[in-house]
Write a protein that binds this ligand. Structure first.
Ligand code: SAM
Ligand code: DTB
Ligand code: SF4
Length: 325
């Protein structure tokens, strides 16, 4: 049964279970909904980098901080499609295009929709992450065939206010609801290790698990350190077992969602990644680059999956939930 009525107390009780009990619960639920040996793969492309008007205190692309990231213009459709073709050849199932915007301008919509159509035609699932959308923009993306829209809540409602001031958690939840109502699958998760308390992390998962419908994809990012942003002064390294517990909790509370072990894998050992897969993570970003930071090399990822006897989930293009049994 998929529950959307989780309470913070229930989530905390699960989170604090003895580790073997928590892992058993997570693995039992994982096997009810997915093949535990299947991992989905997504590739990221920054189609418009830097110069962002928002002040998200963790991000290299905000114009409020000196991070050394050079602002670029929106890429051309052909260039994006070439990158998508390369990602497909490298084994990606989903192609996620990200832009450092508060929201897309209407004048860019034709170009963005052409990107969605072109990437779909290559047989890849499509995902965009462009900031806040209007209902009209959602409808246009739906018509163009967009499969997923990524819009993270990033942290708890309380801690969000300390991380960004130019937008609110309510703004984020509003766009997420427009996307859901517009019939596009929601990809929504957050970041760990920004100096938040354990309760903030658990509360973030409760917010996700009590949405009217669980996000189809839940990316769990470890904060990738960026020089020059405010979060640098308050960040605390994530304890490995606390990360695994978060993955297990996401798996138990959102049993049919794909949980992506997202940013931060370059800092993780193979053993820690393996524990995350055992706890229910079943998706990764593949390719050397995330948006402005690095990712493990395709060769090392292929080797890791091989050593663990895991395989890339067989994706039917334009469907979520690949690998479900
Ligand atoms: N501008 C759009 C937005 O904010 O939704 C899309 C791009 S934004 C970079 C996408 C997501 O990347 C953020 O919501 C955040 O969760 C994640 N992110 C950004 N910087 C990060 C970092 N340094 N480490 C980990 N995740 C990060
Ligand atoms: C998500 O949750 N993680 C991705 C994707 N959605 C857009 C972004 C990670 C960004 C990591 C920092 C960077 O590369 O700039
Ligand atoms: Fe801009 Fe997105 Fe970075 Fe915030 S997270 S500064 S909105 S690119």
């Amino acid at each position: 049964m998929i529950r959307t009525d989780w309470t913070l107390e229930e989530a905390q009780a699960l989170h604090h279970l003895p580790f073997p009990e928590l892992m058993h619960r997570a693995q039992t639920v994982h096997r009810q909904h997915f093949d535990p040996t299947a991992i989905e793969t997504a590739s990221l492309l920054s189609i418009k980098t830097g110069g962002c008007p928002e002040d998200c205190g963790y991000c290299s692309q905000s114009s409020h901080y000196k991070t050394g990231v050079k602002a670029t213009k929106l890429m051309g459709v052909d260039e994006v499609l070439k990158a998508a073709q390369r990602a497909k050849e490298a084994g990606a199932q989903r192609f996620c295009m990200g832009a450092a915007w508060r929201s897309p301008k209407d004048r860019d919509m034709d170009k963005l929709c052409d990107m969605v159509r072109g990437v779909s035609e290559l047989g890849l699932q499509t995902c965009m992450t462009l900031g806040m959308l209007t209902a009209e923009q959602v409808a246009r993306f739906k018509e163009a065939g967009l499969d997923f829209y990524n819009h993270n809540i990033d942290t708890s409602a309380d801690y969000y206010r300390e991380i960004a001031t130019t937008r609110t958690m309510e703004d984020r939840l509003y766009t997420i609801e427009l996307v859901r109502q517009g019939g596009i699958s929601v990809c929504c998760g957050g970041i760990l290790g920004m100096g938040e308390a354990e309760e903030d992390r658990i509360s973030m998962l409760v917010t996700l698990a009590t949405l009217p419908e669980h996000p189809g994809s839940v990316p769990i990012n470890l904060w990738n350190e960026i020089d020059g942003v405010p979060v640098q002064d308050r960040a605390t390294p994530m304890d490995s077992f606390a990360l695994v517990r978060m993955i297990a909790l996401a798996r138990i509370m959102m049993p049919a969602s794909v949980v992506r072990l997202s940013a931060g894998r370059t800092q993780m050992s193979d053993e820690l990644q393996a524990l995350c897969f055992l706890a229910g993570a079943n998706s990764i970003f593949v390719g050397d680059q995330l948006l402005t930071t690095g990712n493990p090399s395709p060769g090392s990822d292929a080797e890791l999956l091989d050593r663990l006897g895991l395989h890339v989930a067989k994706a039917a293009p334009h469907q979520d939930g690949d690998g479900r049994t």
